[in-house]
Design a protein around this ligand. Structure first.
Ligand SMILES: [Zn+2]
Length: 655
C-alpha cells in the first residue's frame, strides 16, 4: 500500500515538475467564464459551410456538453456516443482547445485515432482556430521567454502561458509514459486498439494520465460507435448517466428522444417509398417526416430549428400555447463519479438532412444491406453499435453449452433429417466433419476426423479411408452430399469424386459467386463426370458464426441454426472452428472490402463446416430441381426453405 502511494506520488511529482515550469504566470483566481460564452465571443469560422461568428445555435445539443468542459463545471468525464456530421469537432474539441489556451490554461492532451490524423487536425484546424480567435500571440511565449532553443509551436505540441497541448494517436509516447494532464480530449475512441502495445486498455491508460489531479480533471470521450463486442464509446456511455436529447412536439408539446421509425409503431422518422425502394417526392418535397410518439403529428425538416431550440434560446410555443424547449435528460444512474454521457444520433443534425439519411438507407435496402456499408450507416447515422455475424463467436459460450451426446450418436429425442460431409485437404492429411441437419438448419456435429497421409498420391491409404467414411452410415443415414475442398489438390480431388456415382463433389471458393451474392453455384467440369460446386465462403462463414453465437432459449428450445456438439470435443476443436475474423479493409480506391483472417491459427474445422453447410444449400437446390423435374412442383411455384423442411419431414414420415 505504501509503495503504491509512493508510486502515485512519483507520478504527481513528475506532473508537478512540468507544472512548475509553465505555471509561473497562471491566473490566481479560478476562471468562471463558460466555454460556450468564450466560443461565441471569440470564435470566427473561416472555412466550411457556416462562416462568421461561431454560435451554438447551429448545434444547440452541444451547449450542455461543451459547458461540462468549462472550468466551473464539476463534471470530470463526458462521453459522447454520436453520429458523424454533428458539429462536435468544432463545437467541442476545437472550442475546448481555444478556451484552454485563452481562459483556463493547463496541461492538455488531444488524442485521436492516429498520429497522422492528430497532426493534420492540429495543422489545419487548430492552427486556424488559434489564428482566428485572437490567441496566436500566446502560443510559444513560454519557451521563448526562457530562451530555450525549441519553439513552443510545433505541429503536435503547443506551449502557452500556464499550460501546453500535446496531440497524437492512441500509441503516442505521452500516453504510455509518466506525463500528467489535467484535460484530455479524445476523438474516434472506437478506432483505438483494444490493447496499446501490450500496455493494456486505452481507456485505462488515458485515465492513468489524469491521476495526479484527483477529481480536478476533465476527459472528453467522443466517437461514433463501431462493433458491439468491443465498442469503447458504448462502454463509456454506459458508465455515465446516459443522457438523451428530448425535443418537444410542435403540436402537443410532448418531449421525446428521436428515433428511427418502425412499421406499425407510432413515432420516429418515417418515409414513403415505391416498390423499387425509391423515395417518393410530392411537389418536389421528399415524403420524409418525423412522427410524434404522443399525438402522431408530423414534423418536417424545416421544424428542426424550432424543436432543437433549448432554454438559452428561449424554446418555442407549441400549438397549445405552452412554451417548450429541448433538453438533455439523464436516463440512468452513472456508475462513475461526476461522469455524464450523451447519445447523439444523426436525427438532430442541422448539418445533414433526414432526406439524405433515408436515401442512404433505401440505397442499402435495394442492395440487400451489404454488410460493410450498412455498418457505416448504422454507426454514423444512428450512432449505434453494429452487431453482425462477422464477429467471432465466444469460445467460452461454445465450451460451456450443454452437450448431451457422444461422437457418432445423437441425443435420444433428436431427429435430424439428413447428413452432409465436408472435407478439407492438406498436403499431409485430410480433415473432415460429418454433420447431421434438422429443420431450420439446427445441426449436430456427428464426428470430426483427421486422416493422415500423402494426399498428393491418389493411391495413398488416406483416400480409401475417406471413401469408407463417405459410404458409412451415421445415425442410420449415409451422407446425402459430400463437399471436398478442391482448391489445393484440384486434379486428384476431381478424380476421387468421379469414382462415386453421385453425391460427392469438388468444392471451391469463388469470387464470382461472392459477387453475385449467391451461396453456391454448380458447374459442369470438362472431362469429369461430377459437377463442381463453387461456394461463397464469405456468406457461409457469416452464417456459421451467426449460428455459433446463438444460445439455447430459456424455454429449453433451440433457435434457428443452433449447433450441437458431442461431449468429446475440446477447446482445440473450438479454437479451430472460430479461428477466423472478418476484417474490414479498404482497397486502393478507398472502397470498403472485407476478408476472413485466421492469423496464424489453424482453421480446418471452420472450413469443413463451411463445406458441410454448402452441401445443405446444394441439397436444397437439388430438391427444388428434382421436384420440378418430376412434376411435383409447377414451374412458377416458389420453393422456400420452409417448403424444403416440410418436404423432408414428409419424406421422413412416408419412408
Ligand atoms: Zn405530438
Amino acid at each position: 500500500m505504501i509503495k503504491a502511494l509512493l508510486d502515485a506520488q512519483d507520478i504527481k511529482l513528475t506532473a508537478n515538475e512540468i507544472l512548475s515550469k509553465t505555471r509561473e504566470i497562471i491566473p490566481t483566481e479560478i476562471n468562471r467564464t463558460l466555454l460556450t460564452d468564450w466560443a461565441e465571443e471569440n470564435r470566427t469560422l473561416k472555412e466550411g459551410k457556416y462562416q462568421g461568428p461561431y454560435s451554438y445555435d447551429l448545434a444547440p445539443y452541444l451547449r450542455e456538453i461543451a459547458d461540462n468542459l468549462s472550468a466551473a463545471s464539476e463534471v470530470s468525464e463526458t462521453a459522447v456516443k454520436k453520429a458523424t456530421r454533428m458539429g462536435a469537432t468544432v463545437g467541442l474539441h476545437e472550442n475546448w482547445i481555444g478556451y484552454t489556451i485563452d481562459e483556463d490554461p493547463s496541461e492538455m492532451a488531444y488524442i485521436t485515432s492516429s498520429d497522422d490524423l492528430a497532426g493534420a487536425q492540429m495543422d489545419l484546424r487548430v492552427n486556424s482556430l488559434i489564428n482566428s480567435s485572437g490567441i496566436a500571440d500566446k502560443i510559444g511565449n513560454v519557451e521563448k521567454r526562457k530562451g530555450e532553443k525549441t519553439s513552443g509551436d510545433k505541429v503536435t505540441q503547443k506551449a502557452f502561458p500556464g499550460g501546453y497541448l500535446m496531440a497524437g494517436g492512441p500509441k503516442a509516447p505521452f500516453i504510455k509514459r509518466q506525463f500528467g494532464f489535467k484535460k484530455i480530449a479524445t476523438d474516434e475512441v472506437d478506432e483505438f486498439p483494444d490493447d496499446i502495445d501490450k500496455n493494456g486498455d486505452p481507456i485505462g491508460l488515458i485515465r492513468g494520465r489524469v491521476k495526479g489531479y484527483g477529481d480536478d480533471y476533465k476527459i472528453l470521450w467522443a466517437s461514433s460507435p463501431k462493433l458491439k463486442h468491443n465498442s469503447k464509446i458504448n462502454r463509456l456511455y454506459k458508465e455515465g448517466d446516459q443522457r438523451k436529447y428530448y425535443v418537444p412536439c410542435k403540436h402537443c408539446g410532448h418531449k421525446q428522444p428521436m428515433k428511427w421509425g418502425k412499421k406499425g409503431e407510432r413515432g420516429g422518422l418515417k418515409f414513403e417509398h415505391d416498390e423499387d425502394n425509391r423515395l417518393i417526392y410530392r411537389n418536389g418535397k421528399p415524403a420524409v417526416w418525423y412522427e410524434c410518439e404522443n399525438c402522431g403529428g408530423h414534423w418536417v425538416e424545416e421544424d428542426k430549428e424550432l424543436f432543437l431550440s433549448d432554454k438559452t434560446m428561449g424554446g418555442f410555443a407549441a400549438e397549445n400555447g405552452k412554451t417548450v424547449y429541448a433538453e438533455w435528460r439523464p436516463t440512468a444512474v452513472p456508475r462513475r463519479k461526476n461522469m455524464r454521457s450523451y447519445f447523439l444520433p444523426g436525427f438532430y443534425s442541422l448539418m445533414s438532412t433526414w432526406e439524405t439519411a433515408v436515401l442512404e438507407f433505401l440505397e442499402l435496402k435495394s442492395n440487400g444491406f451489404p454488410r460493410a456499408e450498412f455498418q457505416v450507416w448504422v454507426n454514423c447515422f444512428l450512432a449505434e453499435t453494429f452487431e453482425d455475424s462477422g464477429e467471432k463467436p465466444k469460445i467460452e459460450t461454445l465450451l460451456t453449452q450443454e452437450r448431451t451426446y457422444h461422437k457418432g450418436s445423437l441425443p435420444l429425442n433428436d431427429k435430424p433429417l439428413f447428413v452432409t460431409l465436408g472435407a478439407d485437404v492438406q498436403d499431409d492429411r485430410i480433415e473432415c466433419e460429418i454433420v447431421a441437419w434438422g429443420r431450420d438448419k439446427e445441426s449436430w456435429s456427428i464426428d470430426y476426423k483427421i486422416i493422415p497421409g500423402n494426399t498428393g498420391d491418389t493411391e495413398d491409404a488416406c483416400w480409401n479411408a475417406l471413401r469408407s467414411i463417405i459410404t458409412s452410415k451415421y445415425c442410420g443415414m449415409q451422407p446425402v452430399l459430400t463437399g471436398i475442398d478442391a482448391g489445393h489438390k484440384t486434379d486428384i480431388v476431381y478424380e476421387f469424386c468421379d469414382r462415386f456415382e453421385s453425391g460427392v463433389h469438388p468444392v471451391m471458393g469463388s469470387d464470382k459467386v461472392r459477387k453475385s451474392c449467391e451461396y453456391i453455384k454448380t458447374f459442369a467440369v470438362q472431362s469429369h463426370t461430377t459437377p463442381r460446386i463453387d461456394i461463397n465462403t464469405d456468406l457461409l462463414k457469416q452464417e456459421i458464426y451467426r449460428y455459433l453465437s446463438k444460445g439455447q432459449f430459456e424455454s429449453g428450445k433451440f433457435p434457428h441454426g443452433y449447433c450441437h456438439f458431442p461431449v468429446e470435443y475440446e477447446r482445440k476443436y473450438f479454437n479451430m472452428l472460430t479461428a477466423e475474423e472478418r476484417i474490414t479493409v479498404r482497397d486502393q480506391y478507398g472502397h470498403i472490402n472485407y476478408k476472413w483472417d485466421a492469423g496464424k491459427r489453424r482453421n480446418e474445422a471452420l472450413d469443413c463446416r463451411v463445406y458441410a453447410l454448402a452441401m445443405v444449400y446444394a441439397y436444397y437446390q437439388a430438391s427444388d430441381e428434382n421436384l420440378r423435374y418430376t412434376g411435383q412442383l409447377e414451374e412458377t411455384e416458389p420453393f422456400t426453405w420452409s417448403d424444403f423442411w416440410d418436404y423432408l419431414e414428409h419424406e421422413e414420415l412416408s419412408a
